[in-house]
Design a protein around this ligand. Structure first.
Ligand code: ADP
Length: 243
């Protein structure tokens, strides 16, 4: 940690050891290496990042620069080789498996490129699923799902089987599903990477408006400059580092 960053933290929080109140994410010196075919791939080579609560950040960069790796670490889907990641004041390095399960369920909602809906379930059931898995009663889970699905313009599709929806509609269901347990953080990995430009526009609007109205902090990975333009802030990665 450099002195200037420590000083900045000290100034904004009044103490040098804690995360500033307004920062939801603090990433410090994070590296991630993979072993592949007898060689080591250094996917992340020292990432420092601070994201304020309510901010919408786009992470751009060419394929292979480490964007998804960073998002997966923040989503609690994988762990760094070194460095610290603090989310909502808690250091993910100290998490047990049970902590990670709760974190993925309650703190970080994830939207994937390929939607990952359960095709035979209805739209409502797909959106409600993480709440049902968290033990929220069925009626409340469905009420929450219906409200979110209405916000993303799918109130007319509630009872439809997910596989019958267009790609853009499926991704809007995935956004509702990501928000169902009211997470503080929403992570979106190339959410429009598999969509035509018109559907992509609808998905980006839904993501931005819903997250803004609920004051969510959003990290969106994209290789599209057009998609990134909706963010409050754009960060560019190259070779496992921010430029
Ligand atoms: P991006 O999302 O920017 O396309 P990634 O984070 O997916 O980049 O990948 C960064 C680098 O790490 C690439 O060289 C990729 O091949 C490598 N990589 C990612 N995941 C793995 C893995 N599970 N095993 C080995 N190498 C990986």
């Amino acid at each position: 940690m450099t002195q200037s960053r420590a000083q900045q933290r000290s100034e904004s929080s009044g103490q040098s050891t804690s995360v500033p109140h307004e920062a939801l994410i603090e990433v410090r010196g994070v590296t991630k290496s993979y072993q592949a075919d007898n060689r080591t791939v250094h996917a992340l080579q020292g990432i420092d990042m601070s994201v304020s609560r309510g901010q919408f950040v786009a992470i751009v960069g060419r394929s292979g620069c480490g964007k998804s790796t960073l998002l997966n670490l923040l989503g609690g889907l994988d762990q760094p080789t070194s460095g610290d990641m603090l989310v909502a004041g808690r250091n993910l390095a100290t998490f047990s498996e049970a902590d990670f399960t709760r974190y993925r369920r309650d703190v970080a909602g994830i939207v994937f490129q390929f939607f990952n809906l359960l095709p035979l379930l209805t739209v409502r059931e797909n959106a409600a699923l993480p709440a049902l898995l968290a033990g929220v009663p069925r009626s409340e889970s469905f009420e929450r799902a219906d409200r979110l699905l209405q916000s993303v313009g799918l109130e007319h599709r509630l009872q439809q089987q997910a596989s019958l929806l267009s790609g853009g509609e499926q991704q809007r269901v995935a956004i509702a599903r990501a928000l169902i347990n009211d997470p503080q953080l929403v992570l979106a990995d190339e959410p429009t990477g598999n969509l035509d430009s018109q559907s992509a526009g609808g998905v980006l609007d839904a993501l931005r408006e819903l997250c803004r109205s609920q004051n969510k902090t959003v990290l969106m990975v994209t290789h599209s400059r057009e998609a990134a333009a909706i963010a409050d802030r754009i960060e560019e990665m190259r070779d496992g580092q921010f430029i």
